[in-house]
Design a protein around this ligand. Structure first.
Ligand SMILES: *[C@@H]1O[C@H](CO)[C@@H](O)[C@H](O)[C@H]1NC(C)=O
Ligand SMILES: CC(=O)N[C@H]1CO[C@H](CO)[C@@H](O)[C@@H]1O
Length: 477
């Protein structure tokens, strides 16, 4: 489709360059629809993966040209395939793509409505290539959206952690990725999990570790961690009358590391009160702060369940009051809520805990489908548009401005991204980026004629995406 639009809509015979850009369009506030989470800024992440996996090196071969030609003929029932163009790339560039991509550094947190990357053809014969790569490049919406949504959840957790404990210790482990089985494919699991790890360090979606090691690299051997954990079958296989035996067996097997045990196979409240609180109490209190029992409820209304579990546990394992006046369970026992957690329920649970005077320092959360799969390109309005063409040697700014939706107006001309004196980001249109008062362009060339010319380590990505002091202060007001 991208190819057709491009061939049909541009005065291609005379065009010598096509220049397009990607942005997450700015939302105009619609007072009738106030979304709880605003997503004012997005985390730019994932381009390096796409460039490495799909665009770098010799990507055009005689075999691919032949195959595409045959498929296109059948698919369109016409000879629309640009065989001449691809053969030109094969012969002149040894199959490397003559385009330049400039992008903001990976991990950057940029307000909606700013340019995030640009793409332009570098050979007048290949003006058509820019929008050929549109589809694959726009798939970056997914890692951007996962990383952005995960970072918004980190802000919520930071705020409540600070308020109910006085510090941010353990923040990186507060939201664990449970999403492996809930995503559409291995590739989605790898990309999505890596995007969550931009903000956090807890994950059960091991595929993300492979993606990060292969395409970004970290100074640590692995960018994410987990703990031994029971799932339902490891409890229920013992039979309904032997839940206690199952629990006992597992905690004895893992005396020196935290161990998470799903406790709702039959009755979470009975498990907390009778089994953990009475039958196995002496084994639990003997555990160290480095190897706590982590009780995992997995059903019911998330907020009600968490509060009731804490209340029952609090009677059996008396909590202490921390410096902020909130209750904390003893160091050998914690809770992880991993059912029904999305950004909205997370907010409700931590708010409910605060109201009931529970600190969130000794609870953590798991999130699966909502973290990695229940997201679409519309959430952040990710889009790719042509803004400039050179035809007949003459540069022309192009844009769209659909009458039915002013939100869809696109930017004009060559674009650049700058930081103003006050620290805000601004996109300059129509090639005005040379104006001295705006300083350097924050878009750097990352891809040029088939080669990746600038890369970021995962540590740099994480650094760029860190919560800023100002964001924490705003939250604490
Ligand atoms: C973003 O996408 C939503 C959902 O499609 C739409 O309602 C909204 O108008 C879009 N906003 C912008 C700025 O494009
Ligand atoms: C009393 C208690 O268990 N406090 C722990 C709560 O969680 C933090 C962060 O993991 C630990 O550092 C505390 O020791």
């Amino acid at each position: 489709m991208a190819m057709l639009t491009c061939l049909i809509s541009l005065p291609f015979a005379l065009s010598l360059k096509v220049y397009s850009y990607f942005e997450c369009r700015e939302k105009r506030t619609d007072p009738t629809k106030s979304r709880k989470v605003k997503y004012d800024k997005t985390v730019f992440y994932g381009l390096q993966y796409i460039l490495n996996k799909y665009l770098k090196g010799k990507v055009v071969t005689p075999e691919k040209i032949q195959e595409a030609k045959e498929v296109y003929r059948e698919h369109f029932q016409d000879d629309v395939f640009n065989e001449k163009g691809w053969t030109y790339i094969l012969e002149k560039y040894d199959g490397h793509l003559p385009i330049e991509i400039k992008a903001v550094p990976e991990g950057s947190v940029i307000p909606r409505g700013n340019v995030l990357f640009t793409v332009e053809s570098t050979d007048p014969e290949c003006y058509w290539l820019t929008n050929w790569v549109e589809t694959i490049l726009v798939q970056i919406w997914y890692p951007i959206t996962v990383a952005t949504n995960s970072r918004e959840q980190k802000k919520i957790l930071a705020k409540y952690l600070q308020e109910t404990s006085g510090n941010l210790e353990g923040l990186a482990y507060k939201l664990h990725d449970f999403g492996y089985r809930g995503v559409s494919s291995q590739e989605t699991a790898g990309i999505g999990a890596s995007a969550h790890l931009v903000n956090f360090k807890g994950t059960d979606t091991v595929a993300g570790i492979g993606v990060i090691k292969k395409y970004y690299g970290t100074k640590d051997p692995v960018p994410g961690f987990s703990v031994p954990a029971a799932e339902h079958s490891t409890i229920t296989a013992w039979g309904k009358d032997h839940e206690k035996d199952a629990f006992e067996h597992i905690i004895k097997q893992f005396p020196n590391v935290p161990v998470s045990i799903v406790s709702d196979s039959y009755d979470i409240y009975n498990a907390c009160e009778k089994i953990w609180g009475e039958d196995l109490r002496s084994l639990i209190v003997a555990r160290s702060a480095d190897a706590p029992l982590v009780i995992r409820p997995d059903s019911g209304n998330p907020l009600d369940t968490v509060l009731k579990v804490l209340e029952i546990l609090g009677k059996k394992f008396p909590p202490v009051e921390n410096s902020k006046g909130y209750k904390v369970l003893p160091p050998y026992i914690r809770v992880i809520q991993g059912d029904g957690v999305d950004i909205n329920t997370l907010q409700e649970i931590v708010e409910g805990m605060k109201q009931h005077k529970w600190s969130i320092e000794n609870i953590s959360f798991g999130s699966g489908g909502a973290l990695l799969q229940k997201l679409t390109r519309d959430l952040l309005n990710c889009s790719f548009k042509c803004s400039y063409v050179v035809t007949n040697g003459l540069g022309v700014n192009v844009f769209k401005d659909p009458v039915a939706d002013p939100n869809k107006r696109s930017k004009k001309g060559r674009l650049s991204l700058h930081r103003t004196q006050s620290g805000d980001f601004v996109t300059l249109e129509e090639g005005k980026g040379d104006l001295e008062q705006y300083g350097v362009d924050l878009l750097h060339t990352v891809f040029l004629n088939g080669k990746i010319v600038k890369t970021y380590t995962f540590d740099e990505v994480r650094d760029n995406a860190q919560l800023k002091e100002s964001e924490l202060n705003v939250l604490l007001d």
